[in-house]
Write a protein that binds this ligand. Structure first.
Ligand code: PLZ
Length: 423
């Protein structure tokens, strides 16, 4: 078998430099909570392919469903010759997302595409142009979603000009906003929108209920409900981007549920289909159905193999009770992170929900971000066989996203490596 080193060389000559990778080992196979590289080296997986492999890699039901579908047909294009699984996925999404009103869904390929379509739908339905987003937000890498995303490097640098009518307001970030309550942080954001944009010009307010790439920022209690209430009063479409937080990750099916916030539209991707590319917008029927026939679509959106995988994935989440599994992971992981934080003054905060937890690293006694320590600890984890990711506007957040099917033993071994990496 070709070694990782050789593959890395070939990659350098064939793959564009702009596409990065966290580790330089090449995967041979993966399953449960581990990834095995071409040299047979094992990694405990605290990344889940960026919150995708919630049901694990090659989850049995997903594998079976995909095999069966490939043999029947691979693609007809739902816009040309429709098939049942697309309809069934929409039925499932309408049923499991928050809100007991009539819903509709549309399927796409990637998270960014889902976000783009949510904006299209909100603009079309309201006849308004503006979209409100938040500091530290991440919504994708396409032109519109780059504009919605906050961070310059690496996502936006020299890729402009960006789409217009996007307005950014401050997020509730308890560690860094001087302890504003959720209500105060919401009032600060809303005042800016009203004074600088005008509520009647706003089509959508788009927010990750827990920010992902931006640093696993959990807003103060009351922030999301206050924004929800304002959006309702102002006729603004409240869009929850649950692409990273969705599908049992935070210990609920969707992170909005922790504060009983019901979005008008919800964007979904990542864990939706057990690793196959699929995304969706789900929401109020009257908004979704406002768009004319033919106004939404795409060649591959809701591809039959991805739909088969999504149905199997959702079934697996139910069968294995993965919301409960995420809560169990939280208990073990959070306790261990707090123990590490007690002895290591670089950890300013342990935060997150369910199996979406992180630590933010600073220079001790200050709030000055320490991206160098974060990178060093992450690299030490990689060297010792634990796959971890960093995130955050300041690059100083170490985040943990294990597959929700990780075994107790794998979790414990991963935590031992992490513990040692902190020194
Ligand atoms: N919205 C909340 O987390 C994707 C991006 C990794 P796509 N996050 C991982 C990277 O560096 O590209 C994401 C997200 C939220 C939207 C997206 C975009 O989803 O499927 O990557 O397009």
């Amino acid at each position: 078998m070709t070694s990782s080193e050789e593959l890395h060389k070939r990659r350098g000559a064939a793959v564009a430099r702009g596409v990065g990778s966290t580790i330089s080992s090449y995967v041979d196979h993966a399953g449960g909570g581990t990834i095995t590289d071409v040299e047979g080296r094992q990694w405990i997986d605290f990344a889940a392919g960026i919150a995708v492999a919630n049901v694990g890699n090659s989850a049995p039901r997903v594998v079976e469903a995909v095999k069966a579908q490939v043999e029947r047909f691979t693609h007809t294009c739902f816009m040309v010759a429709p098939y049942e699984s697309y309809v069934a996925v929409c039925e499932q999404l309408n049923a499991i997302t928050p809100g007991d009103f009539e819903k509709r869904s549309a399927l796409f390929n990637s998270g960014a595409e889902a976000v783009e379509n949510a904006v299209k739908i909100a603009r079309h339905a309201t006849g308004r142009p503006a979209v409100v987003v938040f500091d530290h937000a991440y919504h994708g890498r396409t032109n519109l979603t780059m504009a919605l995303t906050a961070k310059n490097m690496p996502y936006k640098h020299r890729f402009g000009p960006f789409a217009g009518e996007i307005y950014r307001v401050p997020m509730s970030y308890p560690l860094r906003d001087g302890g504003l309550s959720g209500a105060e942080a919401a009032a600060r954001a809303i005042e800016l929108v009203e004074k600088q944009v005008g509520a009647e010009n706003v089509a959508a307010l788009l927010i990750e209920p827990i920010q992902g790439e931006g640093g696993f920022v959990v807003p103060a209690a009351g922030f999301l409900p206050a924004l929800r209430e304002w959006a309702t009063a102002a006729g603004v479409v409240f869009v929850a981007d649950e692409i990273q937080t969705g599908f049992c990750r935070t210990g609920q099916w969707f992170a909005c549920e922790h504060e009983e916030v019901v979005p008008d539209l919800i964007t979904l991707a990542k864990a939706i289909a057990g690793g196959l590319p699929l995304a969706a917008v789900t929401g109020r029927a009257e908004l979704m159905d406002a768009v004319h026939v033919g106004g939404l679509g795409g060649t591959y959106g809701g591809n039959p193999i991805a739909c088969a995988a999504a149905l199997a994935s959702i079934e697996t989440m139910r069968e294995l009770d993965l919301t409960c599994a995420a809560q169990r992971i939280e208990t073990v992981l959070a306790a261990r992170l707090r123990t590490i934080a007690e002895r290591d003054p670089r950890i300013a905060e342990v935060r997150g929900r369910g199996a979406m937890l992180a630590v933010e690293l600073v220079q001790p006694g200050t709030l000055v971000p320490d991206p160098a320590a974060t990178a060093a600890i992450s690299a030490a984890c990689h060297a010792a066989g634990l796959l971890t990711l960093t995130c955050g506007t300041y690059g100083n957040v170490l985040r943990f996203l294990p597959p929700l099917v990780i075994s107790n033993d794998e979790l414990a071994r991963g935590l031992d490596i992490l513990d040692a990496a902190f020194g």
